[in-house]
Design a protein around this ligand. Structure first.
Ligand code: BES
Ligand code: MN
Ligand code: ZN
Length: 489
């Protein structure tokens, strides 16, 4: 639980109060805070530099038994991300000390050069996301999340700010939902099970839900989804979620790649590339969690989410390199590599979505290529779109949320790399290079005239080492991005 409160240090009964301190400037207005900070600065080792820490026990005139000062560095460098990291650090220190509550002091918006609502939003995000850990599978939970987090402000909390913070909390819940799904081991989220997990949450918020099972996928001729799934014991699903607020003018479609485990299929991945492939449904998790969140925050954009879910496995039934399949669109595809499965299931899902909803715009999220990770590293997603407006809006939302996105091209002359001798197109490029681009170009064959953007999240969807406000596992990348983006499209 996150609460905004006006500062009253004498009465503040939380177990610990955390105060941010800049090295070059006072950033507070409240007198009791200023005098506490002055006291802290008298101690030689503490200068307010980045990562400086100082703990005072039982300071005078403070209700809480402990005050922690955290260095922020230079005030001018403190952007939204610095405030997310600060709030998360405050929460994590509380967790480590096995506390149940922490209060973080909000600096002056004016003195930090931030808008009040952006400052509160960043602090709330850092605190809420930093308070999450994935420990469903541990019998003994070593560290417990805080029960209560307060943000202490020097001003009166308005109803508007409270409303905004409730929205931020719902969006963080969504990101955490996605994180958990991605972190669940692959033996506990085979397609039918993962679909059920999504449907359970979608029902709670009254989304319109359709689940296509193997029989329906056959009827609808989703040959690509079926071809990827056929090697697995687990049957595929496709979930269609729709959120339809009244008076909405346009429809946005979101598509998420849902490969619950990507072994590579007959083109089996080598050791070292397999152990994290439970994360190959991160696009699906982001889209489903976003849809659920949109309903909870009462978004006014009509949005549909289409989520193909399969497991990519080798077996005697599996698709082979050389196989030719017929996709939903009618186009035939020669399978050049069974490990290029994401583009296949997306091809069916996207063409189906266009037929069913005729959306004004479509965005897909997918852990699609290792090549995108090679290009942009593990923290930045690639954006591909022939529509500059959509691509710019995505990059801007990426900056605002720090779910960073960077545009990459869709060069027409690369399309010929996907030529097949025997079918309409091949799922594998004839060149070793530019794999993120050729994957995106493959997808572009299935979107017709619909304005469309593809976000390759193979890098940022998952982390092997904990980060400032995200633990090991799924990152929930995409949920905060999309929630920020949708109203601006
Ligand atoms: N799921 C992978 C992409 C991936 C790689 C995600 C690393 C996260 C981290 C995708 O299905 C895949 O295997 N792509 C191949 C494509 C190739 C066979 C053309 C790749 O990137 O190597
Ligand atoms: Mn693959
Ligand atoms: Zn994959």
């Amino acid at each position: 639980m996150l609460t905004l409160k006006s500062i009253n240090l004498k009465k503040e009964k939380t177990e610990t109060i955390v105060i941010p301190v800049c090295e070059d400037k006072n950033i507070h207005t409240e007198k009791t805070i200023i005098s506490l900070v002055e006291k802290a600065r008298k101690i030689e080792q503490f200068k307010g530099r980045k990562n400086d820490e100082l703990i005072l026990y039982h300071p005078e005139d403070v209700g809480a038994p402990c005050v922690i000062f955290l260095g922020i560095g230079k005030a001018a460098d403190a952007d939204t991300e610095v405030w997310r990291v600060f709030a998360s650090k405050a929460v994590k220190m509380g967790i480590k000390k096995e506390l149940t509550s922490v209060s973080a002091v909000v600096p002056s918006a004016k003195k930090t050069g931030m808008e009040k609502n952006r400052l509160i939003e960043s602090l709330s995000e850092g605190a809420l996301l930093g308070n999450h850990r994935f420990d469903q599978y541990k019998k003994k939970k070593k560290l417990k999340p805080l029960k209560k987090i307060n943000l202490l402000t020097a001003w009166n909390v308005t109803a508007e700010l409270e409303k905004q913070t409730a929205r931020t909390a719902r969006i963080c819940d969504g990101a955490i939902m996605a994180r958990e799904w991605v972190s669940i081991p692959p033996n506990d989220k085979r397609p039918a099970r993962f679909a059920k997990l999504i449907v359970k949450q979608a029902k709670k918020v009254n989304l319109k839900i359709t689940v296509l099972k193997e029989k329906e996928l056959k009827q609808k001729k989703c040959g690509a989804i079926l071809a990827v799934a056929v090697g697995s014991q687990s049957k595929p699903r496709m979930i269609v979620l729709s959120y339809e607020p009244k008076n909405a003018k346009k429809t946005v479609a979101l598509i998420g790649k849902g490969v619950t485990f990507d072994s590579g299929g007959i083109n089996l991945k080598p050791t070292g590339s397999l152990d994290t492939m439970k994360m190959d449904m991160a696009g699906a998790a982001a889209v489903a969690a976003t849809m659920i969140t949109l309903a909870r925050i009462k978004s006014d954009v009509k949005t549909v989410g289409v989520i193909p879910i399969v497991e990519n496995m080798p077996s005697g039934h599996a698709s082979r390199p050389g196989d030719i399949i017929k996709t939903y669109s009618g186009k035939t595809v020669e399978i050049g590599n069974t490990d290029a499965e994401g583009r296949l299931i997306l091809a069916d899902a996207m063409a189906y979505t266009i037929d069913l909803f005729k959306p004004d715009m479509m965005i897909d999220l997918a852990t699609l290529t290792g090549a995108c990770v090679a290009a942009l590293g593990e923290k930045i997603a690639g954006v591909f779109s022939s529509d500059k407006k959509i691509s710019d809006a995505i990059v801007t939302s990426g900056e605002r949320t720090f779910e960073r996105c960077w545009p990459l091209p869709l060069p027409e002359d690369y399309q010929k790399l996907l030529k097949s001798e025997f079918a309409d197109i091949k799922n594998l490029s004839s060149s070793r290079w530019g794999g993120a681009i050729t994957a995106a170009l493959f997808l572009s064959e299935f979107v017709g005239d619909t304005p469309w953007a593809h976000i390759d999240i193979a890098g940022p969807a998952y982390i092997k080492k904990g980060d400032a406000y995200c633990g090991v596992g799924g990152t929930g990348f995409g949920v905060r991005l999309l929630c920020d983006l949708l109203p601006n499209l």
